[in-house]
Design a protein around this ligand. Structure first.
Ligand code: ATP
Ligand code: BTN
Length: 265
């Protein structure tokens, strides 16, 4: 298997200590989970050009088409302080990506709580964080990020639950996905160092999609659990919804889905 020169060059401009590159693999998260158990260093990454069965939340599928996307899993060996912030690692990846999109490509992106990155209300990236335990001891986390970069990365409309887009469709100059990858690794590392600070939560609040708008929280079976105005995040990163009778409700990450406006969206 040959590794593209541009990939190697991009990774050399980051602090990523080791990587595994695959032209095609089932799921980068699966490889990363195994590698974490087998002693991979903190910050190592697994990248794939194509995934045969990329994983989303709740056994859903994430599509990664060849030559057009980023599918990367970052291995994180949490230190004692970081262990208090485990639920913030998915938003960390979303914050890092939206930062890169804004500051390098002048694209305004938003984070659809808890784990999607949207451009113009369409999904351009998904994040799946998985943990590895040895009994009661946390060995670490795998933060898997899938980003649609070029138009070929967008799956057929009929296979999607939510409208999708890619970064290139919002940028007037050609995008090099390995440059975006390198910038993303650097931004991840920066925002990881801020995870315990108010700046982190402020940044998340600033990029939160649908703030001040009417949203629905749906359960897995599609039924509406509650609706109201999305007012923001609590200090723990739960979602705050102001229901129609003006009561504040907080939603924790679980088997629920956030949708804007009409329940059929
Ligand atoms: P929810 O908001 O309901 O939790 P979600 O959009 O976050 O939903 P996930 O399970 O997090 O859903 O993501 C997997 C979903 O993403 C799949 O069910 C599919 O509809 C969609 N999907 C798969 N591949 C892509 C892709 N490359 N680009 C955009 N969307 C995709
Ligand atoms: C989601 O939207 O539910 C999350 C999708 C996460 C996809 C990424 S692609 C890299 C990593 N490997 C996987 O199998 N999944 C994640």
């Amino acid at each position: 298997m040959s590794i593209p020169e541009a990939f190697i060059k991009a990774i050399q401009s980051t602090s990523v200590p080791q990587f595994k590159y695959f032209s095609s693999i089932d799921s980068t998260n699966l490889i990363a989970l195994e590698w974490l158990e087998n002693g991979a260093p903190d910050g190592a990454i697994v990248f794939a050009d194509h995934q045969r069965s990329g994983r989303g939340r709740f056994e859903r599928k994430w599509v990664t088409q060849s030559g057009s996307a980023i599918a990367v899993s970052i291995l994180v060996r949490t230190d004692a302080r970081e262990q208090k912030y485990l639920p913030l690692f998915s938003p960390l990846a979303g914050i890092a990506l939206s930062d890169v999109l804004k500051h390098r490509l002048q694209i305004d992106a938003e984070i659809k709580w808890p784990n999607d990155v949207l451009i113009n209300r369409m999904k351009t990236a998904g994040i799946l964080t998985e943990t590895v335990w040895n009994g009661e001891e946390l060995l670490g986390l795998v933060v898997g990020i899938g980003v649609n970069v070029l138009p070929q990365s967008i799956p057929p409309k009929e296979s999607l639950q939510y409208p999708a887009t890619c970064i290139q469709d919002h940028c007037s100059f050609p995008i090099d996905r390995f440059e975006v990858l390198a910038a993303l690794m650097n931004a991840f590392s920066y925002w990881r160092s801020q995870i315990h600070l108010p700046e982190f939560m402020n940044q998340w609040q600033k990029t939160l999609a649908f703030r001040g708008e009417k949203v629905y929280i749906k359960q897995k079976d599609g039924s509406v659990q509650l609706s109201g105005i999305l007012s923001g995040l609590t200090s723990n990163g739960e979602l705050e919804i102001l229901s129609e009778n003006k009561q504040k409700q907080t939603i924790t990450v679980g088997d629920v889905h956030l949708r804007p406006a009409e329940p059929e969206n």
